[in-house]
Ligand binder design. Structure first.
Ligand code: PLP
Length: 407
């Protein structure tokens, strides 16, 4: 921890904080109280830091002494968020980024070079696929895609150029999952690194590093914030990969997190475990209810017994999570009718908010894919995704019920 102004030994958890429980660390870790004795975490809105002397400035710049120089490099509020999230993910080091996409970009720029290859799941966040296909290819970094849930397909696709395996589990929007322990073993057998986008589960439900992954990336914009306020991201892993390779790119190239956004995420983390439990409970209830609606053909939710990777719920990830997708009978017209009939749910692509959101993936998040690509990804025209918020579940169901009962 880079110290703020001199602090005394006020009872902020330190040293033993790794042993404290998840909720305790989510609330306490990372804040080093300043001499002011503030109880809430302060926001350090400063672009640079003052040195006591020219000699101190020189020592700081040369790396001889450790401390703040400039907020593109380090900022105490950002550092507090990084320490807290690192602790929750069980990683040695976290670096915060301006967005989830900046986290993924920093990983790729920090760990790959021209001629390297990447292997990724076919079901990825749209901008991630675009970054890999349109931009990284310009620098001679090739990405190939495999079926997320099929470890044998991953292993078969690795070649001598492959350096990184990249996945999200569960996937968006179909909630497909992969056995992370198995995938990590495959990656390491071939001298590759496994990178997991843990956006959907958060460390409250799933900790990929404990299952063998090398790096976790986050869009903090989603559940870590939890109330749809700020855009941000993070990379978590070991000291060398994250603290040197990824951080080196970030502090030089600059997509670092603003202190205000870091502060919002610190507040978000304090309620993360409670929220993830509540999101999951409501999502499970909604999935069960949707499954009984005649207007609905199929429900995708990890917590349902018929989900193909249901066995990973309770082992790899604690619950089914907060995202439910389903195919409405009648294709796009029926899906749009359902979406337009809602009054409570927000029609928006964001997720991880206290407010429930409803999306038609085929014409929004996955609209840039060709029909053939969408079919391959399993995104049907009748598919609807709901990120279940924390409103009363009875109200969420009532909002959908009229259109479903009378399509
Ligand atoms: C939103 C999202 C991202 C990108 O995060 P931003 O904060 O929007 O840049 C990456 N991965 C997943 C799974 C996401 O849902």
């Amino acid at each position: 921890m880079i110290s703020t102004t001199p602090t005394d030994d006020l009872p902020v958890l330190s040293g033993a904080e790794r042993e404290a429980g998840f909720a305790t660390r989510a609330i306490r870790t990372g804040h080093q109280r300043t001499a002011e004795g503030e109880h809430g975490e302060p926001i350090f809105t400063t672009s640079s830091y003052v040195f006591a002397s020219a000699a101190e400035a020189a020592a700081r710049f040369s790396g001889e002494t450790v401390g703040n120089i400039y907020s593109r490099f380090t900022n105490p509020t950002v550092r507090a968020f990084e320490e807290r999230l690192a602790s929750l993910e069980g990683g040695e080091r976290c670096v915060a980024t301006a967005s989830g996409m900046a986290a993924i970009l920093a990983v790729c720029m920090g760990l790959l070079k021209t001629g390297d290859g990447m292997l990724a799941s076919r079901s990825l966040f749209g901008s991630t696929t675009l970054l890999f296909n349109k931009y990284l290819t310009r620098f001679g970094i090739e990405t190939r895609y495999v079926t997320l849930s099929d470890p044998a397909a991953w292993e078969a696709a690795i070649d001598s150029r492959t350096r990184l395996l990249f996945c999200e589990t569960p996937s968006n929007p179909l909630t497909e999952m992969v056995d992370l322990r198995q995938l990590a073993d495959i990656a390491h057998r071939h001298d590759c690194l496994l990178v997991v986008d843990n956006c959907f589960c958060t460390p409250a439900l799933q900790r990929p590093l404990e299952l063998g992954a090398d790096l976790v990336v986050h869009s903090a914009t989603k559940y870590l914030d939890g109330q749809g306020r700020c855009v941000g991201g993070a990379v978590v892993g070991d000291r060398k990969l994250v603290g040197e390779e990824v951080y080196g790119v970030l502090r030089t190239a600059g997509p670092t997190l603003s202190p205000f956004n870091a502060w919002v995420f610190l507040k978000g983390l304090e309620t993360l475990a409670l929220r993830m439990q509540a999101h999951s409970q409501s999502a499970a209830q909604l999935a069960n209810w949707l499954r009984d609606q005649p207007a609905i053909e199929r429900v995708y939710y990890p917590g349902l017994a018929e989900h193909p990777q249901h066995h990973l719920v309770g082992t790899q990830q604690r619950t089914g999570g907060g995202i439910v997708a389903f195919d409405v009978r009648g294709g796009q017209a029926a899906a749009w009718r359902l979406i337009d009939a809602t009054r409570l749910l927000s029609i928006t692509a964001n997720l991880g908010d206290t407010k429930s959101t409803i999306t038609h993936p085929a014409t929004t998040t996955h609209g840039r894919l060709t029909p053939a690509e969408r079919a391959l990804a399993g995104i049907g025209d009748g598919l609807v995704r709901i990120a279940v918020g924390l409103e009363d579940i009875a109200d969420i169901q009532a909002d959908l019920a009229s259109e479903l009962a009378d399509p």
